[in-house]
Write a protein of this length. Structure first.
Length: 211
């Protein structure tokens, strides 16, 4: 088994210190940083993402796999930056104004990072202007909004309207999700992407950034 396969395997098992050790070893053995990222770390997260989508693993397994990926990235990120390897794009993510729930948001964030997307996490209770200001200042091509409550989901429309008012609506894609959200609601408020689970959200986000 190659060291890249080992990285993928141990990441799926959530073996964080082992992943960190193997990433260091792969660099010492002369593997390209981009290959370590795509064939090792991202490969492992993609497999976990698919298993999560198919209900073969659950939130705790995703969280420990993501932790293992972060351990590996501690070693790899400075080398990737030095090598000039670009991320797949930038996204900002947050739970909308009035909503303090963050498990779904955190899960999507991890899945996005697992696709090589750079994510700016705005936290919870985020107002529309903060989403827009961040997107402009940090050159995010994707805004991701989460809501768990029917009483807060209306704030997603505020984000869409604020993007129009700021003149960036044609430059950014807006992804929405959460328990009360549906594809119909996405279309009704003029957002771009809705998915029912975190793994699908990451796939759609990557496709949107590639356009």
């Amino acid at each position: 088994m190659s060291v890249l396969n080992e990285i993928s395997t141990f990441l799926q098992q959530g073996r964080a210190p082992k992943v960190k050790e193997l990433v260091s070893r792969a660099l010492e053995e002369g593997y390209a940083p981009q290959d370590i990222l795509s064939q090792g770390l991202l490969d492992g997260m993609n497999i976990i993402g698919e298993k999560f989508r198919n209900n073969e693993v659950f939130v705790p397994e995703v969280l420990i796999a993501a932790r293992a990926m972060n351990f590996g990235m501690e070693v790899l990120k400075p080398v990737l930056v030095a090598a000039g390897v670009k991320s797949a794009g930038k996204a900002c993510i947050g739970t909308v104004k009035g909503d303090l729930h963050d498990i779904g948001k955190n899960l999507v964030k991890m899945m996005l990072e697992g696709k090589g997307i750079e994510v700016i996490d705005l936290g919870t209770d985020v107002d529309a202007q903060t989403f827009i200001k961040t997107a402009i200042e940090r050159d995010c091509k994707l805004i991701c909004c989460s809501a768990l409550l029917t009483t807060t989901m209306g704030a997603m429309k505020d984000v869409v309207e604020a993007a129009k008012a700021a003149g960036i609506r044609d430059k950014v894609k807006i992804l929405i999700g959460g328990a009360p959200i549906s594809r119909d609601y996405c279309e009704k408020i003029g957002a771009d992407i809705y998915t029912s689970d975190a793994a699908s959200a990451a796939n759609e986000a990557l496709a949107a950034l590639a356009v």
